[in-house]
Design a protein around this ligand. Sequence first.
Ligand code: VGL
Ligand code: ZN
Length: 203
Amino acid sequence: MVGIVVRIAILDRSQSRVKVIRGDMARALIIVDFQNDFTPGGALPVPDGDQISERINELAASGEFDLVVATRDWHPPEHGSFATSGGPWPQHCVAGSDGAQLHSSLDQRRVDVVIDKGQDPDTEGYSGFEGTGLERMLRDRGIDEVAICGLATDYCVKNTAIDALRAGFRVCVDERGIRGVDVHPGDCKRAIGEMREAGAVIG
Ligand code: VGL
Ligand code: ZN
């Protein structure tokens, strides 16, 4: 078998289509919280948060990924992170609200799976891996490597990337496909440093 590249085609029943897992690596794209409330005009806008849509759509359509996941911050109305409950943030991404919908500039035809997070009222739920089936899903589909884009660099992108590394995935963070809030100036820069330090490739 020397010299033969093994390509395994599996029928993914949930998607009713055949995916090819490369002999080398299977990759997923994770689009973090690209939602109305995190874009200008929303309840907790990330400056220029809408500007990453072209890059996200380009990544999702690139053919580089075996699976495209979009996470949504999806909070109950009394979530502990809301100022009304003593938390740091204005009310945002209440489950089912317009603000919680994926931004209309995202080409949702490219999204295979949507993962809702932040549903536990008592934890921040910044990471897409926290209290969700994301890790299991990636493992079930043989994913080795994840690329991460979305919002916000210094919160949900950072925590998702660090949890992905902890779970043993290789992680690339797409620098052109992220934006952050920078509540304290320098937060985004520090977040990128922390992700790199934890083992992520920033590119
Ligand atoms: C986020 C603050 C509060 C994020 C979510 O998606 O980065 N930030 N909830
Ligand atoms: Zn939130």
